[in-house]
Design a protein around this ligand. Sequence first.
Ligand code: SR1
Ligand code: MG
Length: 398
Amino acid sequence: MAQYQPLTEETAVQLVIKLQYFREDATLKVKEIGDGNLNLVFHIVDEENGKSIIVKQALPYAKVVGESWPLTLERARFESSFLQKAAEYVPDLVPKVFHFDETLAIIVMEDLSSHTILRKGTIEGIIYPKLAEHIGTFVAQVTFHTSDFYLHPFEKKQLVKEFINPELCKITEDLVFTDPFFDHETNDFPDGIRDTVEQLWQDQELKREAAKLKFQFLTQAEALLHGDLHTGSIFVTKESTKVIDSEFAYFGPAGFDLGQFFANLVLNYISQEAHIEELEKRKQYQAYLVDTIRETWSHFTKQFTELWHSKGNEVYTKVPGTLESFLNKVWTDAVGFAGCEAIRRTIGLAHVADLDSIQDLDKQYAAKKKALAIGAEFIKKRKQIQSVEQFIELFHVK
Ligand code: SR1
Ligand code: MG
């Protein structure tokens, strides 16, 4: 196929045979399994020997909205380049990329069917003991190795150039940082919480602080970010964690990925009031979520600090206090970004199943109102919230 066209199950099979991942006479089972907002995902398996792969293809529009929202196919390159860059430092925490085709906007990659999407697992109340260590490691390694603390300024700027990702960034600028704070047509929320939403739109202090965070996102090229690190972008088992869906990758403020990850755990925490009926069980699971936030931050700072001392190339990495000041900034930013993510996943265009799947509408509205209140606190109080314990106190009921 010389020109772009969306794959069908049939052409996806033809393609992988042509690429020699399977024998021509293999009996292949194929299924389109994409359930995200943007792409086609084909799962292909050889029924004789069980060998399987994933073919992911970007569509020229946002699937979640339809063909009326055109979207660059270049995002497949960002996704594949990010996965390959991350694999230099954390090969076990990303899927293997076998092949990338820019024209077709496809990535052929490792099949992770043995894993579960973390959002699904957390909604079901499953504990992943290695998650915090893995995500803390992932963010520390990618952040440090793509920052000016490690890279030569020429190399850093070359990489920044490769990850100029205006269209996908614009989605975040609009959907995370702008639309939810105004009466915008992309917003989506039930009438039952309209009063709370209208109050939020009138909160000028909140809007001023959201504006500051948006401008940080627009202007601060501190390190390479995944750019969409919510719990739907992470595959897990009890032992393994794989970060996927990196099409939003770009150079931005280092606290952004952690902020999104924390926010999605907090939203899950809030939703558990409705999902886990038995009080003792619920408390246990919520305590696990809190520990995951605490431990992720701890693993992140520990690894980042080790890398800073062992591999820091920038002269200021030797000046006492510089590391602490950078980590403080990452923390404060992460809290603010967590607030924006919590608000947008509650009333913006792209929701989370954690909240939307609450069947009892009174409980669902109560959970959504709580998410909005907590999100607003994260944004407005981020500079006073100086430790992970203070952050946790804002939503954790012991
Ligand atoms: C139109 S895309 C909506 C959302 O889905 C992606 O996963 C990102 O979170 C984006 O904001
Ligand atoms: Mg995605």
